[in-house]
Design a binder for this molecule. Structure first.
Ligand code: EPU
Length: 440
């Protein structure tokens, strides 16, 4: 189901109910790209049919794969029997709509000797350059030529193993590395790698396909390239970002929301912070479901710093901060992953939240943005009486926060741009109705 573009929400009531969550939006599309590394069928299960799935399906088909999808069952099968390089500009439409197509570079260089990067799309939460990706691909022996619209890459002699040190543990650059190193000639090592659960999921699938990957202590990923990878039938990791979003909604509205299909280990940092914020939770005996609620009359204010895994992840930040507008005291936030992820606080102010943003680092985690005039810290004074208003959604996680704020506010809000939410939340409107949200 596609979310209609405008949501009319009447808030001020606690929400109760169960929300089923499927595979991670930040894992499944990468597993789909990994299917380009083998001629055999790759089946991925537990797929949440968010927008990137359609984009990546069309993309791998444009590159010569056949794809079958079963949205009800949550299954995608890709057979990349005959991958060919795209005609010049053919992939632009995909790059403009999503960040994922950048990751096809390593598999395409391996299978066809050619790839292209167009100015990548995705949420507008910072500059989001591709320099680390290029660093990885060049280390593997690719040549990158700058064009008016992006980069043209070639590797006629194939990819060669390399030792690479990332300046920052970038999720995407680590994925680019894995997708290249598993088929590059010889050994590779990535230092300062990202280790997010979604990356471990990709490593798990590649290993089942025949790859040789070792996770070393201290953010190091060693890989020995293999000549051949085989097909696989793989179940993707559940979406820990969506789970945390619904948890934030329970905290903000003083409701009780159960999220079905979770993995506790992937949420453990979030769960500690949630408890400190005056929330509580209980898992089912098999650990597959978790119920969230508020444990005290008002949430408790916090000091929060976002960080790469295993820190408090940046995508958890907007929904939690929104809930903390209802806390009885002052919350201090330091965003260290994206330089421009606090734009949503302006909309919260329009609803009545008391938030001030700062260019200084309001925290002790080392950060790249401190002396560069980026508004990446915030002070949130609660509890704020929120009042419904008209809002326009600028990016995915901000979008959820607007909905969350509107549901915590008195009166009615009209939220336009809501179709952006289908980038990350499958069946968003019906899930909201299932927890008792008043939508018109
Ligand atoms: N960066 C560079 N150069 C690069 C790549 C990244 O400077 O070549 C910088 C970015 O500008 C950013 C930081 O490194 O400041 C982190 O970026 P990273 O590469 O780790 O992020 P990503 O791979 O582009 C994924 C998720 C994001 C999530 C981040 C961090 C996907 C499709 N996206 O992005 O998810 O915030 O990792 O965990 O997997 C979301 O779900 O809403 C979302 C934005």
């Amino acid at each position: 189901m596609t979310v209609d573009d405008t949501l009319h929400i009447t808030g001020g009531v606690p929400l109760y109910g169960t929300v089923p969550v499927r595979g991670s939006k930040n894992a499944v599309p990468k597993l789909m790209v990994a299917a380009l590394l083998t001629e055999q069928p790759v089946t991925i299960r537990n797929v949440s049919f968010v927008r990137d799935i359609g984009i990546v399906s069309d993309l791998v088909e444009a590159l010569g794969s056949t794809t079958t999808t079963d949205p009800a069952g949550g299954v995608v099968t890709i057979t990349a029997g005959d991958v060919h390089a795209a005609a010049q500009g053919e992939l632009a439409v995909f790059h403009e709509r999503s960040r994922i197509p950048v990751l096809t570079c390593a598999p395409l260089l391996h299978r066809t000797g050619r790839a292209e990067i167009w100015r990548p799309g995705g949420c507008s939460i910072g500059e989001r350059p591709v320099g680390y990706h290029l660093e990885v691909l060049r280390a593997f022996g690719a040549t990158a030529e700058r064009t008016d619209t992006g980069y043209k890459l070639t590797a006629p002699g194939g990819l060669r193993g390399a030792v690479i040190d990332l300046p920052f543990p970038s999720v995407g650059a680590t994925e680019q590395y894995l997708l290249g190193a598993v088929v590059a000639a010889g050994d590779s090592e990535l230092r300062n790698a990202a280790t997010e659960p979604e990356i471990m999921d990709l490593i798990g699938m590649l290993q089942r396909m025949g790859a040789l990957i070792t996770v070393r202590p201290g953010r190091t990923l060693q890989v020995t390239g293999v000549h051949h990878l085989r097909g696989v039938d793989f179940t993707a990791v559940p979406d820990r970002l969506e789970a945390a979003s619904w948890a934030g909604l329970a905290l903000a509205t003083d409701g009780r929301i159960t999220v079905a299909n979770v993995r506790q280990g992937d949420l453990s940092t979030y769960l500690n912070v949630y408890r400190r914020a005056g929330g509580d939770f209980e898992f089912s005996s098999d650990g597959g479901e978790v119920t969230f609620w508020r444990e005290r009359p008002m949430p408790r204010p916090l000091v929060i710093e976002t960080d790469v895994h295993p820190g408090f992840m940046t995508d958890w930040q907007p929904p939690l901060v929104t809930a903390l507008t209802q806390a009885d005291g002052v919350t201090v936030l330091h965003e260290t992953v994206y330089e421009d992820r606090l734009g949503y606080t302006e909309a919260l102010r329009a609803l009545g939240a008391q938030i001030q943003v700062f260019t200084e680092c309001l925290g002790s985690t080392p950060c790249r943005f401190g002396s560069r005039n980026h508004r990446h810290s915030a002070v949130i004074v609660g509890p704020a009486k929120l009042q419904g208003t008209d809002l326009h959604i600028p990016d995915l996680r901000a979008g959820f926060s607007y909905v969350l704020a509107a549901l915590a506010a008195q009166g009615t809000s009209t939220i336009s741009g809501a179709s952006l939410l289908d980038r990350g939340y499958e069946n968003f409107r019906s899930k909201l109705l299932a927890v008792g949200a008043k939508l018109h």
